[in-house]
Design a protein around this ligand. Sequence first.
Ligand code: SF4
Length: 702
Amino acid sequence: MTGEKHDSVKTICPYCGVGCGIQVKQGDEPGDVQFMPWGDAPVNEGRICIKGGAATEVVDHEDRLTEPLIREDGEFREASWDECYEYVVSELERIHDDYGPDAMGFFGSSKTMNEENYLLQKIARRYGTNNVDNCTRMCHASTVWALRTSLGAGAMTNSMHDLREEADVFWIQGANPGEQHPIANSQYFRQAVLEGATVIQVDPHANKTTRSFQIDETDRHMHLQLEPGTDIPLLNVVLKTILEKHEANPDAGWIDEEFVEERTEGFEHLRGTLEDVDVEAAAEECGVPLEQIELAAETYAMADNAAIFTGMGMSQHRCGVDNVQNEINLALVTGNVGRPGTGVNPLRGQNNVQGTCDVGAMPNVLPGYQLVDDDEARKSVEDVWGFDVPPEPGLTNVEVSHEFGNSVRGLYVMGENPVMSEPDANRVAERIQDLEFVVVQDIFMTETAEYADVILPATTWAERAGTVTNTDRRVQRMRGVEKVHENTKHDLEILSEVGSRLFGPEGFDFDDPEDVFEELRQVCPIYHGMTYELLDETGLHWPCYEPGDEGDPFLYAEEFDTESGLGHIEGVSHTPPAETPDNEYPLILTTARLEEHYNTGTMSRRSPTLNRQRPENFVDVHPADAERYGIEDGDEVTLTSRRGEISVVAQVTDDIKEGVVWTTPHFAAASANRLTNDVLDERAKIPEYKAAAAEIEVGLES
Ligand code: SF4
């Protein structure tokens, strides 16, 4: 499977969701792989950020897992692949027999390919459970929910190219493309700004996005620095301003009446909800001057084309679905959807988080976002697969984690690190020990693999082939060079063997990724028009229903993909964070990622270039708080919440507001997730990473 040898291959950066093309050159020895630019790559045209340029550093890292391992008497010992497969299959069968299929959880990975995630979710469903999920649950599950329900597809409505060419206003809320999507920011958004577009940034933290648009230094751009968790009040002030101005002057164009009338439903609900909003009180709650919010509302509403970008600052709240719904409301009432340069655009974190959802590695949807509880959709997939799929949605990954040792007895993890990535991580590490069986496929000994019974060593991104889907729905091919370690296997190869041994070869024994993709397109209507040959080097945007379709760079030109064909407006009311400051924990902790690192840092902490830039965690503290606590810049401090404590270096800065502290999840011992709250959004089940009550003191943890 994918064993061809090439001198150099064109592939896709394994880090963020921008989907930059790079080349990997194969040296004389396996493991001697070098980065080369890909000058005419479709997304980045040869440009690259620090992470992409350093991505080959982990391929031949000394920490690579090179042999299969089995835990025996508390220690790992080397084992043959055959022994491991036998063990995995016998334990999965035992758990099925003893407790039923829903006693297993399957975690896919946004760091692996469409074909691999497709096969993992197929194994889960053939096993008899919909308990299959991926890390989108941690980042954009609420965004996907709101967009799918109110517009039709859980993805960017527009593409980076049309946004660069046509957008006049970028409304960036809870996203930080300057840090997290550097090439999208520099090559697309900043380009548009240089040609006249205006940026309105809504974020509790001044960051690289603020600085990249020089927001402090021009009158044109704005940073609305709100309190964490007050996005709904802020957008309600924006919406109420727009509605009132429109009523006062209906011809001024604040609202697109024709669009609202012909293409949306629910406007009256929004109007009713806003009646109760006291704009002065709401602005005060947000900590942003009312006039500034009103000016931002006017700038957005009066633009010819205004685009919203949304990120995890919006989605990672217990009201994440409502947060994104309010952005949809703003876009719909002003008619800013269905044209180039507009829309509601989630910037996706990992290089294949979009595709992992597209191919059905989620508990409520089959490939192509077909609902598992939709009888007709389920039957169409069952007809191709040849087995029945359970008709009820399964548990999400945090729900699975909450059930470790109770209803859930076993866990199959491909390329994920829940012990570090989930909120309240100390409890996850405790609970995972209550499981009877854990199997992990990965390239390194992750914090989760430490608790495994079987570890299956996989190949890295540079060694294997398949497809990934970037943030603007572009499906692109990855190609691999020679394997570095002989006894490692591609994730697809491992899944194919496990599936074949569990259920027989039919439907699980695939020759190569292209074979899997050919089956995927039969059950995933939005990918149906794609083949490896048609994807070629430029890729295709979904939806691409038939071979020859070009794919849609922007969605909803004529109608929305909802049951009524209308865009759904729905007023939402403020839900404060589950934890607010009190005497014991008087600060609000919020979290975000850094440009130089990548989620739990499994790869980026092992990259010398990236680690040199950011070797340890830190916490941003406002100067007034620093003075109150007696903290000097560079002091070691202990940051605590109701769930744990971490030792970090204080960075005293007015990037953050007084009363708020800000840190990151990348560093194992000092990860923000030892502190974060695992309360969930009721519908999307995404945790509230972005707001927790905290306390800080000078000195190290005891
Ligand atoms: Fe990779 Fe994202 Fe950087 Fe592009 S912007 S090189 S995809 S990390």
